[in-house]
Write a protein that binds this ligand. Structure first.
Ligand code: AHG
Ligand code: MN
Ligand code: MN
Length: 336
């Protein structure tokens, strides 16, 4: 029988039952995240009406101007996750240090790193934004986790997902057994499985990159994009299409559904030197999802999930998507 139409709650509990020794803690944590994302979806949807659109007038630790919703969605995540007893600590794009569980609340065995609102430059122009999260296991017998405990390679993730607040709100999840997509039924208030076993087509003729950074790219990326732009007249002998939403959640969702390449590569632009996207709460969870869907995620030089993290807000170059195209870009990096 097809799983399509199942609620996310049923799906999560049935997955849990496949693991004999499961305590149900991961299911509990996923339900907490689902609740937080439903609340965020509601707030994003009503932001103009209730006056929470626009800038906050503050900067986060990374020197980015915060939107009011960056701060509000961070608070929603923390408030939904810090009391249920499933987490040992949290890390957020919007907070400099890791976030401890209040002393009077129970602690659990997992760590979470999240981007509460991805693509927040798109809020005020009514384009898609989202929430990204990565779940790690906290080493046992740790009374108070420190930054060091978050310094785990992406291959150690036990779960990753993202929610995209677009024309519909969708939750994409992996626990290492493929990728499943759920659509929020607003009337019922439940995410419903609509996109089981998502797989990224191996070939594509669509790329996503911020072309305004072209003069800052390295030679392998220059070559790849040049060849795409030459289309039928060049060595690729086919025409390419281009997209740039400036919301990683929307780009990765597109790649998952119809294939494509998404890149925020290494460049020498002063503001994005070393890459723009953050390893722990953007690149790693998206890499886990992309690999689980049959795609590849690399810096151009190495697999993203093999990188040993060194800090919470560390940035990395990202090249991800359809297998054959990412392999081609990696081969161009090897030649230089
Ligand atoms: P965030 O809003 O969480 O800071 O993330 C924005 C990221 C990512 O979603 C997107 O792909 C990229 O930054 C857009 O960058 P440009 O504005 O440089 O195009
Ligand atoms: Mn982001
Ligand atoms: Mn963000």
């Amino acid at each position: 029988m097809s799983d399509i139409g199942k609620s996310i709650t049923q799906f999560i509990i049935e997955q849990q039952r496949l693991h004999q020794n499961s305590t149900g803690e991961m299911s509990g944590l996923l339900n907490d995240i689902v609740s937080a994302c439903k609340k965020i979806s509601h707030l994003v949807n009503r932001s103009g009406i209730i006056g929470i659109d626009g800038v906050a007038g503050s900067e986060n630790i990374q020197g980015e101007k915060q939107k009011k919703l960056d701060i509000i969605t961070n608070d929603v995540m923390v408030d939904h996750l810090n009391w249920t007893g499933h987490l040992a600590a949290m890390a957020s794009e919007e907070i400099e240090n890791i976030i401890q569980i209040p002393a009077n609340k129970p602690k659990g065995q997992y760590l979470i790193a999240f981007d509460p609102l991805d693509g927040s430059s798109n809020i005020d122009i009514n384009l898609s934004v989202g929430t990204i999260f990565s779940i790690l296991r906290c080493p046992e017998d740790i009374a108070e986790p420190t930054v060091e405990h978050f310094m785990q390679q992406g291959t150690k993730q036990v779960c990753a997902g993202f929610c995209v607040y677009g024309p519909t709100t969708m939750m994409i999840l992996t626990t290492g057994q493929g990728v499943n997509g759920f659509t929020l039924d607003r009337d019922v208030g439940e995410f419903i499985l609509t996109h089981p076993d998502m797989m990224i087509p191996k070939d594509t003729a669509e790329f996503a990159i911020n072309m305004s950074n072209q003069r800052f790219w390295e030679a392998p990326v220059q070559r790849y994009i040049d060849e795409c732009l030459q289309g039928e007249d060049g060595v690729r002998e086919k025409n390419f299409n281009m997209r740039w939403v400036a919301s990683m959640v929307a780009e990765v969702y597109r790649v998952l559904t119809r294939g494509g390449i998404f890149m925020y590569p290494l460049d020498n632009k002063p503001t994005t030197q070393g890459g723009k996207l953050r390893l722990l709460y953007e690149a790693n969870p998206m890499s886990f999802i992309v690999e689980q869907a049959g795609g590849i995620s690399s810096t151009g030089y190495e697999r993203i999930m093999d990188i040993q993290p060194e800090s919470v807000h560390q940035r990395v170059p990202v090249v991800l998507g359809s297998k054959n195209e990412v392999e081609r870009i990696i081969s161009y990096h090897k030649k230089t």
